[in-house]
Design a protein around this ligand. Structure first.
Ligand code: CIZ
Length: 311
């Protein structure tokens, strides 16, 4: 790329020329969120992508999000800026191992969090997000047994909220697992009026001290409606950008992980995406997300079931 290229201008021109839409996850760098046509959680991104008449969807997030968009929009070209942007949680649940796992519980309904590969979705009965998981688990008849995967922290949280016993896959998100309850308690001494808000992928001790628990979209909404004007935020710090934009007079303090000197917790996979890569991806229409049609046909069923149950 010539050094004098204005990347934002060049991206906007390519978007127009190619009838492309740039969708960014809440965990992207601020500058990417700021030029996106839509910012949201993984499911909202895939859903919005499926509703547009764009020919190309460039999904700035991690790979499973691109796959989810492709599952819902097979006729569109779905691009991601970097194939190395995987997801530790999705990768903690390889499809072959999950297949063997669910075979051990043949009479169970298989509920999976949206943070999985297309192959794992294809093995599932219902997909959930952290926004609709409680509602969907509660809608499953009491006499049905449940397998939940891949996040053990979200699974344990759902178990405690719903009172339903579940067989839980032992996976986790490395970003959410790292928050330190001791450091959050220390931070609270400096900000005694701050609410602690946490994502349900965090470990139990963090959730135990949280004033509010919810998905990225629910946390964002909560910060706009709650009386508090300071929040200690225990999820990937990218979402703080939208929190600040929506509530410029409130303060948002990233919860510290146990092993970091930067004071916040960013996902290195999410942060592989850059404006430069977005420009190149749009220009060369590469890398493109592909989902085999036999997998896509199976993977869309539990997503459609989720839409039906969360209405
Ligand atoms: O599914 C998503 O977008 C993630 C990673 C979290 C959330 O709570 O929205």
């Amino acid at each position: 790329i010539p050094v004098d290229v204005d990347l934002i201008e060049a991206i906007n021109e390519l978007k127009k020329e190619k009838n492309a839409l740039l969708m960014a996850h809440y965990y992207q760098d601020n500058e990417i969120q700021d030029i996106a046509d839509f910012v949201g959680d993984s499911l909202a991104l895939a859903w919005e992508a499926s509703k547009t008449d764009a020919d190309i969807i460039l999904l700035a997030g991690v790979l499973f999000m691109g796959e989810t968009a492709k599952i819902l929009s097979p006729q569109k070209k779905v691009l991601v800026p970097d194939f190395n942007a995987g997801c530790s949680l999705a990768d903690s649940c390889p499809a072959e191992d999950f297949k063997a796992f669910i075979r051990r519980y043949p009479d169970h309904i298989v509920v999976t969090y949206v943070n999985t590969t297309a192959d794992v979705k294809a093995l599932s009965d219902i997909v959930v997000t952290s926004t609709n998981a409680v509602k969907i688990i509660n809608s499953i008849p009491k006499d049905k047994k449940i397998i939940f995967g891949p996040d053990r922290n979200l699974g344990n949280y759902l178990q405690s909220i719903s009172g339903r016993e579940m067989v839980i896959w032992d996976g986790a998100c490395h970003v959410h697992e790292k928050f330190s309850v001791e450091k959050i308690i220390d931070l609270k001494k400096d900000y005694p009026d701050a609410e602690i808000i946490a994502h349900p992928e965090c470990k139990k001790p963090v959730l135990t001290i949280a004033d509010f628990i919810g998905s990225t979209a629910s946390l964002l909404k909560h910060t706009q409606t709650a009386d508090a004007d300071q929040f200690i935020v225990a999820t990937e710090s990218g979402v703080i950008h939208q929190m600040k934009k929506a509530s410029p007079d409130k303060a948002f303090i990233p919860a510290p992980p146990s092993d970091s000197t930067c004071g916040c917790n960013d996902c290195e996979f999410m942060r592989l995406n850059t404006l430069r890569k977005i420009y190149l991806t749009l220009k060369y229409e590469y890398p493109e997300v592909q989902v085999a049609e036999n997998i896509r046909k199976e993977a869309i069923k539990p997503i459609e079931k989720m839409f039906e149950l969360s209405e």
